[in-house]
Design a protein around this ligand. Sequence first.
Ligand SMILES: Cc1cc2nc3c(=O)[nH]c(=O)nc-3n(C[C@H](O)[C@H](O)[C@H](O)COP(=O)(O)OP(=O)(O)OC[C@H]3O[C@@H](n4cnc5c(N)ncnc54)[C@H](O)[C@@H]3O)c2cc1C
Length: 439
Amino acid sequence: MSPASPLPHDVAVAGGGPAGCAAAIALARRGRRVALYERDAFPRFHIGESLLACANGCFEELGIAELVRAQGFPEKWGASLLTHDGAAGRPVDFSSSAEVPRPQTYQVCRGKFDQLLLDRARAAGVEVFERTRVEDCDFGADGVTLRVAGAAGRREVRASALVDATGRAGLVARKLDLRRDEPRLANVAIYAHFAGVPRLPDNRSGDIRIVARADAGWFWLIPIDERLTSVGVVLPTTLYQRLERGDPEAMLAAAIADTPAVAELMAAARREWPVRVEKDFSYGATRYAGDRWLLVGDAGAFLDPVFSSGVSIALESGLEAARELDRALAAGDLSAARFRRFERVQRRRFAVFRRFVLAFYTPWFRDLFFQPAAPPRLFRAVVTVLAGHWRPSLSTRLLIEVFFLAVALQRRLRLVEPLVRRDEAAGYPLPAAAPGRPR
Ligand SMILES: Cc1cc2nc3c(=O)[nH]c(=O)nc-3n(C[C@H](O)[C@H](O)[C@H](O)COP(=O)(O)OP(=O)(O)OC[C@H]3O[C@@H](n4cnc5c(N)ncnc54)[C@H](O)[C@@H]3O)c2cc1C
């Protein structure tokens, strides 16, 4: 298949979040003609505020590391883990792993962060159309046709290839029926921004706090600027359905009140944003690329936010798509066969994080993960992956297998004193959620 070079654009990008902007900037920096269509007007609210250390590599590649640093986003060095009553917990320190080259990352207000990326795309030469929705797309032998709707009405636009970065809206995945839900991660998030939430001391003041509830739910507390903290609870749907139904404010307040460690931190908090409720069901895709199209970020796969992997994976996959497309355009071949490596990487990374996320929704994983006395070498190996370095050294991979073996043994033999409840009312998904090795 030959790319239709007379077309006005080499690549059309649908969606201007982190995945779409990363792909668009990287392609434009390689001299490709790129058009990006974004449904909303920026800045706009978006959830997904905590980054992983691996995002630093993406910022370098996009040429924006200094720009991001200059924004004064809260510095994140890791996490603080706490059980529901604050009786147990431990720090997660990205700098504890020698395999994490740049351990300090950021918490970001997504309105500001996404605007920065979109502005950067414009500056790199991308033609950006805000308030312009991609309604449909068709793939032909000589190019892609998009139907877009914006202030000037509806029109058709043509490009050689499409990067679908429409997030959970999933333009191509829905059209081609590629999306596969992960039933064991059918969760609901309730969240808002608050002032007056105390921070951790010293240089850890920007870290995320992750608090395990007494049931299978958990809280995040993320400092997103000097004043505001994003606070949210994630509950498996079964537990969410058991909550006394009131308005979202009442539901969030009730969840805070019956999680003592969070209630204490929120004692003097003032809510500054409306409470939002969002289904955050996880999913993957049966394919991540085809003739003339690639899925990046949430448009391809989404995982429960417990390990804050979404934005960092979105940036990485956008960069990977740009590299593959640039090569494919140069070779004059945009067929699915060109994108096999891209497919493999998306599947592998998803499997690595999915294994951790599924394990998090088992009590035996939490017993070990929140354990202050976890063996340091094992924990460092886990932290390497949770910092986003999901292709670690062989020795780290082996240590991770030992960690998951310990999790399996905890289920049967109780290696350590249980930290969390495991009765049916705690609402953990079925034991089938026990972790298996990613393939
Ligand atoms: C409750 C919750 C908490 C989370 N917490 C974290 C966290 O702490 N850290 C983290 O890294 N991630 C987190 N995430 C995940 C994170 O939000 C996403 O993974 C991330 O935003 C994905 O980026 P993206 O660019 O793929 O998609 P998005 O950021 O969703 O961007 C997609 C863009 O496409 C646009 N769009 C959609 N449809 C169309 C269309 N048809 N035409 C044109 N434009 C379109 C949208 O307006 C949007 O701007 C969380 C998610 C949830 C639900």
